[in-house]
Design a protein. Structure first.
Length: 138
């Protein structure tokens, strides 16, 4: 676990905190957490090697406190994860998300951070809610 100070403090919701605490390091999961003196958790990213691949990793969760959106916390977390993936011999990172309008900002964030939308699976989550798959070669 990599704990580093970042932007102004704020607490995450309890669901995000539970997800971070359930990271399985023995199974290969990695996590980077951003915190400050005033806040237990400003954001986190959880990522893992993809089974039966050579150097492909998945980002399973990335969460940043809503009041810190747009301040570079998410990009910092993504960059830290990509650095660890490279150091561990990784060659690419995959991120999946919904095509729902609720995730417009997430999809824009991935594109701004150098990820390409490489596939879209129609009606994956429900009718009209596709799965978007993003990839970044490192």
């Amino acid at each position: 676990m990599d704990k580093q100070s970042d932007k102004p403090p704020t607490a995450m919701n309890s669901k995000s905190l539970r997800l971070a605490q359930n990271c399985d390091l023995e199974a290969g999961d990695r996590i980077v957490v951003r915190e400050s003196a005033e806040s237990p958790l400003s954001g986190f990213i959880q990522f893992s090697p993809a089974p039966i691949t050579k150097g492909t990793w998945y980002v399973y969760w990335i969460a940043v406190s809503r009041v810190l959106h747009g301040q570079g916390v998410g990009s910092s977390l993504l960059s830290a994860a990509e650095g660890q993936v490279l150091a561990l011999g990784g060659r690419q990172v995959v991120i999946e998300t919904s095509a729902s309008s609720l995730f417009d900002s997430a999809r824009s964030f991935y594109l701004r951070n150098g990820y390409d939308l490489i596939a879209r699976i129609p009606d994956y989550y429900s009718d009209g809610d596709d799965k978007c798959i993003f990839l970044k070669r490192l």
